[in-house]
Ligand binder design. Structure first.
Ligand code: NAD
Ligand code: LMR
Length: 328
């Protein structure tokens, strides 16, 4: 049996944590041959709830689960970590301004970045799920100067999967018939789900749909505002689908994207497609041999350009705001 991989989950007692941990322990994150050791990081008042989840994990008798550590100390949680899933974040509460939200999250992601810098394994991969995910990833990354910047990513896979599902329903096809979906930009309502490069039945998805009004007036806003629609319907933000997307993100990063396809990940920009270097923005990426690469050479028409630029502008504003707060 291979050596266990250390997987740290923050916000482990939250609702995404509950939907995520059992899937990790069952082998869905890294594969059926890879044992995992789970590290659960929580704030002190939630440690007891995390212990309850750990009891349930034990009761599943997962053969791949090598052990569980529970802590409220970031240094302990990230010591030797190979895969870090940063889920716990400060939600926006009534009367909270955007700056307050960014500051509160800075208080979480700065020390976590420092702890990753201090103790992570050489091959560490970081996925930030907690919102605002792209900017929280930027904060953590900027406090981990010894870790290669490209190891810090944020999650837009849920948006990607939502786009696949909406398109499949519209065309009456299976999601497995669609390839090369892309989410560009921020995990927010400004994101741009792109049908001009997605492929279905030998055509671009935009050609297959052949309905610009649906594309611009229905598809894009439905995908971009799906998170808010779930909150409205459930009274709580998406949890199982978010956990599923986190599993997909890490699984593909480690094991590779299928031949002839790509996926969407928010990764530090290298300047591709005019996205300012360093912003953690969503791109089409191909994963191979445990690494990802931004897909190059796609033609971007004027419609797409405007929408990508708007989302990237929002990311730049968030970066400027956290810079002003001294968080990066
Ligand atoms: P939740 O409130 O149920 O759980 C969050 C947990 O994080 C809580 O248990 C809390 O105690 C913990 N926490 C807070 N500060 C912490 C810290 N410093 N260290 C460790 N743990 C800490 O929330 P949830 O529904 O699980 O969602 C978690 C985050 O994921 C939210 O920010 C949510 O907006 C975000 N989210 C992102 C996506 C995405 O696609 N990127 C999708 C859904 C939700
Ligand atoms: C989602 O996309 O479902 C979440 O990011 C929504 C949220 O604000 O938690």
């Amino acid at each position: 049996m291979a050596r266990p991989v250390n997987v740290t989950v923050t916000g482990a007692a939250g609702q995404i944590g509950y939907a995520l941990l059992f899937r990790i322990a069952s082998g869905q994150l890294l594969g059926k041959d890879t044992p995992v050791r789970l590290r659960l990081l929580e704030i002190t008042p939630a440690l007891k709830a995390a212990e309850g989840t750990a009891m349930e994990l034990a009761d599943c008798a997962f053969p791949l689960l090598d052990g569980i550590d529970i802590t409220d100390d970031a240094k302990t949680a990230f010591d030797g970590v190979n895969v870090a899933l940063l889920v716990g974040a400060r939600p926006r509460t009534k009367g909270m301004e955007r700056g307050d939200l960014l500051a509160a999250n800075g208080g979480i992601f700065k020390p976590q970045g420092e702890a990753i810098n201090a103790g992570a394994a050489e091959d560490v991969r970081v996925l930030v799920v907690g919102n605002p995910a792209n900017t929280n990833a930027l904060i953590a990354q900027s406090h981990a100067p010894d870790v290669p910047a490209e190891r810090f990513t944020a999650m837009t896979r849920l948006d990607h999967n939502r786009a696949l599902s909406q398109l499949a329903t519209k065309l009456g096809v299976s999601v497995s018939e669609i390839t090369k979906m892309t989410i560009w930009g921020n995990h927010s309502a400004t994101q741009y789900p792109d049908l001009f490069h997605a492929q279905v039945g030998g055509k671009t998805a935009a050609e297959a749909v052949n309905d610009q009004e649906w594309l611009a007036g229905n598809f894009i806003p439905t995908v971009a505002k799906r998170g808010a629609a779930i909150i409205e319907a459930r009274g709580a933000s998406s949890a199982a689908s978010a956990a599923n997307a986190a599993i997909d993100h890490i699984y593909d990063w480690v094991n590779g994207t299928p031949e002839g396809d790509w996926t969407s990940m928010a990764v530090p920009s290298d300047g591709s497609y005019g996205v300012p270097e360093g912003l953690i923005s969503s791109f089409p990426v191909v994963c191979k041999d445990g690494k990802y690469e931004i897909v190059q050479g796609l033609e971007i028409d004027e419609f797409s350009r405007g929408l990508i630029d708007a989302s990237v502008r929002e990311l730049a504003e968030e970066r400027d705001a956290v810079r002003e707060l001294g968080l990066i």
